[in-house]
Design a protein around this ligand. Structure first.
Ligand code: ZN
Ligand code: ZN
Length: 249
């Protein structure tokens, strides 16, 4: 079983009470926080005692993915209660040394680096990486329950890039950075809904969840646009508190 709870799903900045990129990923025995955007901690508290986290992993160091790392470190340092692990490991890439070092906090959290080509084992979860296309170093992740092979891919933040569909091939769930309904004027560092649908189709995923959503576009419009290119693949948009369970048993 892999259970994914959306804690925040907006791109860029929080809006109207809902936060930015953050997901709680759980098996029966392991609690992983995937990205730690604005509002992540206050939403996490509704689903899990934060001190029961086993690890945190970050796709990149833009603020909408790491805004709550600092308060999580303070939480680990100051909050009363039984910690599942005395020092919380935070995994990030070390290609930006300055931001990587900030994942260390005395007696609270410790930074660990990951890289492409590595299979990172976090309890029952195994994580592999694919470098995507964004203005800063960013990595998509394929996260699998190594006991059951249930797995999903999270694209992180990326525009279209060759190889991503292959990386996400036949996954149970694909969570994409869908920040646009249409191709924007100016720089484009995320996917459109139609591109997300196409990626899902090429990857032959079972379920497409569009996330990292824009604040002022209707989710119905995003789904219509994505479904056109996704064919028969089921398409949904993320919302706060949304729970998806991958269970092949
Ligand atoms: Zn972002
Ligand atoms: Zn970003």
């Amino acid at each position: 079983m892999v259970k994914i709870t959306v804690l925040g799903y907006y791109g860029g900045y929080p809006f109207n009470g809902d936060g930015t990129s953050s997901y709680l990923v759980q098996t029966e025995t392991f609690n992983l926080l995937l990205d730690c955007g604005s509002g992540a901690l206050i939403e996490l508290e509704k689903h899990l005692d934060p001190l029961q986290l086993d690890a945190v992993i970050l796709t990149h160091y833009h603020a909408d993915h790491i805004a709550d790392v600092g308060v999580l470190q303070h939480y680990w340092q100051l909050a009363k209660g039984n910690k599942k692990t005395p020092i919380l490991p935070i995994y990030g890439h070390s290609l930006d040394q300055q931001n990587f070092e900030k994942l260390n906090w005395p007696n609270a959290t410790k930074a660990y680096s990951y890289q492409v080509g590595q299979k990172l084992n976090l309890g029952p979860l195994s994580v592999t990486f694919f470098e995507v296309k964004h203005p800063v170093k960013t990595f998509a992740m394929r996260i699998m329950n190594s006991m059951t092979n249930e797995n999903f891919v999270f694209t992180g933040d990326t525009t279209t890039i060759d190889g991503l569909a292959e990386f996400a091939k036949n996954t149970d769930l694909l969570i994409t950075d869908t920040n646009f309904l249409d191709i924007p004027d100016g720089p484009k560092w995320h996917l459109t809904a139609s591109e997300s649908g196409e990626l899902a189709k090429n990857a032959n995923t079972k379920l497409l969840m569009m996330s990292h959503l824009p604040q002022h576009v209707s989710t119905a419009d995003l789904i219509v646009a994505a479904q056109k290119s996704a064919g028969l693949i089921k398409v949904v948009t993320a919302y706060k508190g949304m729970v998806t369970v991958i269970d092949r048993q």
